[in-house]
Design a binder for this molecule. Structure first.
Ligand SMILES: [Ca+2]
Ligand SMILES: [Ca+2]
Length: 644
């Protein structure tokens, strides 16, 4: 339904007539009990599918997850905005990013993360305008970068006009009441992540600033409760009501019609609840998710990824969402880098069965997914790199969390998820980090002077301190080797702390070896084509590293905490070490020496010249360790939600 909007149209009538008509209309409005107030624009939005903006398979390249509020401020108010983001698109392109996921940019009430939506069809004013959004799409597409945004279906902000209307109570005159989920009596037996998700209206629980778990229970006999999976500030929509579903379908089309390249659908397993026991991942939620997916994929070359923490692989199925973040798996990338052999084994096994449309990451905006990678590995750059290599070279779409590519640390002393959501470290500037010329809305990262985009870019690619160069190299592999972006996952193995796997697409075949151990490793790589050459793709240079023996194996040596990537091809016969079961032939021939050094994982300063890894790359600077947060941020978001 579309609410009647009574707006004067000056200019169409002479002034006195216009005033007279307005007075009459106002009286009519009062007489009909203000039912005509434009609560919400629920106009249907027809699909305009248009044409593709991006090359095929763009969404198998790496994405950057971006918190617009924290990325780049363009006007000095200390808050990031779309214009600022546009100014950083060249940086993202240069890095090798193919897509960006923007945390919610719709108008919201929380003043921070944006998941408390107040208007599903407008831009958050602090971030800019719809015109800025259109310009962002135009500029991103011109650089071959796709843009997806969060879309929150399950709930709205309590300030959302539909919920404010719903609060006025049930009755035939209130069409908004059942847009949300109500119970007259207090429902019993509910427990969602340790809290009762039913909120007593008379207690005005949306004003509660503490943990929702600590809300006083409703008095006996209390009446009138609403439902909020993620707390009293974000009431759940009634997704059984066709008008509500249609409203969201139309709102998705609103953005897709403008050229948006897809969505990250928030919290979809929570769309529909059945009872106190059956509230998570119900069949109705999966069916609805499929409807949303179908709508999005009806547009050419669009993508969708879902947040489904309990059963991610079920949502990665094309019959549900078609893509999902690989919760329950991705922590193994870091645990392997911390030296846990069981996690290396998991890294070898997951993609034998999981779909390649899963999405991977090593940290995101939620603390339940882990602290920033810098803090997870205690600032150990060598461990940082092997953790990243795992997810950047495996199947799935990798989602890099902004600042991760420069080694940005979390901000100690902030509450909840806030340490993860600080301004992007652009320059060695302790005041504004290059993020703003004004006062940043949140303190900058504690390691901004060393780990920022400018300083990292100045480090030579061969410098073991350079995290940015490493990410660029990994993304270059992904962008130039289709087998890495979207090839098969074959012949994977874990040998102690060494992970090996092959990727293949059509005629291209790649071997990836990662040594998560702190010692030199010799590893026999099986299942290779006998007699073929292994040429180094990383470190770059194409040096002949080994030749596969007659038994279809090659033995290679890996430096501590190192990554090697090889192209398998039928190289022209040349002076190369014959490699078999016994390992690398240490011939003195110069090419063979180069190859052997390369095979040992030494970082060549120039082709074939090894440099030693400085000690600092192996040990964590204690000053960069994150401390336990103690003070509660005043603007802190409700902390119970796993996704907020
Ligand atoms: Ca701004
Ligand atoms: Ca729900």
């Amino acid at each position: 339904m579309k609410p009647l909007s009574l707006q004067a149209q000056p200019g169409r009538w002479p002034g006195k007539v216009s005033a007279f008509l307005l007075a009459g209309l106002w009286a009519l409005t009062l007489a009909t009990g203000l039912r005509a107030a434009p609560v919400l624009d629920t106009s249907p939005v027809a699909a305009r599918h248009g044409t593709a903006h991006l090359p095929p398979h763009w969404d198998r390249g790496a994405f950057m997850e971006i918190f617009v509020r924290a990325y780049q401020d363009s006007d000095g108010d200390g808050i990031g905005d779309l214009r600022g983001l546009i100014s950083r698109l060249d940086y993202l392109k240069d890095l090798g990013i193919r897509g960006i996921w923007l945390m919610p940019i719709t108008r919201s009430a929380d003043g921070d993360h944006g998941y408390a939506t107040t208007d599903f069809r407008d831009i958050e004013p602090a971030y800019g305008t719809l015109a800025d959004f259109d310009e962002l799409l135009r500029q991103a597409h011109a650089r071959g970068i796709g843009v997806i945004t969060d879309y929150v279906i399950n709930h709205a902000a309590h300030q959302h006009p539909a919920f404010q209307q719903a609060l006025k109570g049930p009755g035939p005159d209130n069409p908004w009441r059942d847009w949300f989920v109500w119970s007259q009596d207090a429902p019993q037996g509910w427990d969602i992540w340790g809290k009762n998700p039913w909120y007593h209206v008379a207690a005005r629980p949306w004003e509660w600033t503490g943990d929702p778990k600590d809300l006083p229970p409703a008095p006996p006999g209390a009446q009138d409760f609403y439902f909020g999976t993620f707390g009293p500030h974000m009431p759940d929509f009634n997704m059984r009501k066709p008008e509500v579903v249609n409203y969201h379908l139309d709102s998705l089309r609103f953005w897709l019609n403008r050229g948006l390249d897809g969505f990250r659908l928030d919290a979809v397993p929570h769309l529909v609840e059945n009872n106190a026991k059956d509230w998570n991942d119900q069949p109705e939620s999966r069916q609805l998710t499929k409807r949303f997916q179908d709508l999005i994929r009806a547009y050419p070359n669009r993508t969708v990824v879902c947040e489904a923490t309990a059963e991610p692989q079920a949502y990665g199925d094309p019959a549900v969402c078609g893509g999902a973040f690989a919760f329950g798996y991705v922590h193994h990338f870091v645990k392997a880098a911390q030296g846990e052999a069981a996690s290396v084994q998991q890294l070898a096994e997951y993609y034998r069965k999981a779909r390649p449309t899963m999405a991977t990451f090593v940290s995101n905006h939620d603390r339940f997914a882990g602290q920033r990678l810098w803090d997870q590995v205690g600032g150990d750059v060598a461990r940082y790199k092997v953790a990243a290599a795992g997810y950047l070279l495996q199947p799935g779409t990798p989602y890099i969390y902004y600042g991760e590519e420069v080694g940005q640390a979390g901000v100690p002393g902030l509450d909840g998820d806030l340490p993860l959501r600080a301004p992007m470290s652009w320059r060695p500037d302790a005041a504004g980090a290059g993020f703003t010329s004004g006062t940043p809305f949140r303190p900058v990262a504690p390691n901004v002077l060393t780990h920022n985009a400018q300083t990292q870019a100045q480090l030579q690619a061969q410098d073991p301190r350079s995290i940015l160069s490493f990410y660029k190299a990994m993304l270059a592999l992904r962008n130039t080797r289709p087998s890495i972006a979207r090839g098969s996952f074959e012949h994977s193995f874990a040998d102690g702390l060494v992970l090996g796997f092959q990727r293949r697409l059509e005629g291209e075949r790649t071997v990836v070896l990662i040594n998560y151990g702190t010692g030199l490793a010799s590893v026999r790589v099986p299942d290779l084509p006998p007699g073929q050459a292994l040429r180094s793709a990383y470190p770059a240079g194409g040096a002949l590293s080994a030749r596969v023996g007659r038994d279809g194996s090659a033995t290679l040596h890996l430096a501590p905490l190192s990554v090697r990537v090889f192209d398998i091809g039928s190289a022209q016969a040349q002076a190369a070490p014959a490699v078999g079961r016994k390992g690398v032939n240490t011939t003195k021939a110069s090419k063979a020496t180069k190859a052997t050094k390369a095979a040992k994982g030494a970082k060549p300063k120039q082709e074939g010249k090894a440099v030693k890894r400085p000690k600092q790359a192996q040990s964590a600077p204690a000053a960069n360790q994150r401390t336990t947060p103690s003070s509660a941020g005043k603007g802190a978001a409700p902390s119970t939600a796993p996704t907020r």
